[in-house]
Design a protein around this ligand. Structure first.
Ligand SMILES: Nc1ncnc2c1ncn2[C@@H]1O[C@H](COP(=O)(O)OP(=O)(O)OP(=O)(O)O)[C@@H](O)[C@H]1O
Length: 230
């Protein structure tokens, strides 16, 4: 469903993604793994169209999208939950969620599912986004992405710096969105146990290239030790 062919990405002279070929299956969760600085975030930025310099082909359901600017990729069905969440502090929870609805391809309204998945948000729609905890902001970023009615959701380390009880809520939201609604997820993750629980496929990055990929049962301890221990 999402097919990347010969993707290269650059920051100035730094060659951050090198000849990446990857097929992300529809309706599955694919974990993007690797140590810090290996190119995982750059891959998501390339998919979203926010890299200044990248080359290669990206197909979404057989249609080339690599020539499209970011806002048209959002309209074509890709939503992004960035590392650091990028919540607008002075906007209310409601306004932050609606930002996703306006960027996306569905009705310009808060989807009931977002409020069902995250009851805290439902009860605090009027609060400014800036006063929420990190975990609540992460839920808000997921709700904002969901409001775009995406086919594919890109999630960059959604559990980073978040307390365990909220991690459980985020895990169950990801699992439900995938299993019940068939949403395709691309999940950048450092936590191998979490990746093994939620993902069915993986791609392991090392210095901008994919060194291992496939169904999650091929993510052996040996592969993890080789590419993720420090
Ligand atoms: N804005 C930038 N300008 C210059 N170099 C960058 C920029 N962002 C990332 N890089 C470099 O590109 C490479 C890949 O970075 P990237 O953020 O994609 O890694 P990552 O695997 O997502 O790691 P992390 O988990 O730390 O986010 C690294 O060498 C990084 O230093």
């Amino acid at each position: 469903m999402l097919k990347l062919s010969n993707i290269n990405g650059f920051y100035g002279r730094s060659h951050a993604l090198q000849d990446v070929d990857l097929t992300i299956p529809a309706g599955k969760v694919t974990a993007i793994l690797g140590r810090n600085g290996m190119g995982k975030t750059t891959l998501l930025r390339t998919l979203m169209g926010s890299m200044v310099r990248s080359t290669g082909a990206i197909e979404l359901e057989g249609v080339r999208i690599d020539g499209l600017p970011t806002h048209l990729r959002a309209r074509s069905g890709i939503a992004y939950v960035p590392q650091g969440r990028e919540i607008i502090a002075d906007f209310s929870v409601r306004q932050n969620i609606l930002m996703g609805a306006f960027a996306g391809r569905g009705p310009r309204a808060i989807p009931p599912l977002a409020l069902e998945l995250f009851p805290y948000l439902a009860a605090n729609l009027h609060r400014p986004g800036g006063v929420l905890s990190g975990g609540q902001q992460q839920q808000l970023a997921l709700a904002r992405a969901l409001a775009a009615h995406p086919k594919v959701m890109l999630l960059d380390e959604p559990n980073e710096g978040i307390q365990p009880s909220v991690v459980e809520e985020i895990e169950s939201a990801i699992t439900r969105l995938n299993r019940e609604f068939g949403m395709t997820m691309v999940l950048v993750e450092q936590n191998i146990d979490f990746a093994r629980r939620v993902a069915s496929h993986f791609a392991m990055f090392e210095k901008g290239s994919i060194v291992e990929s496939g169904p999650i049962d091929r993510l052996t301890n040996e592969v993890v030790d080789r590419h993720m221990t420090f």
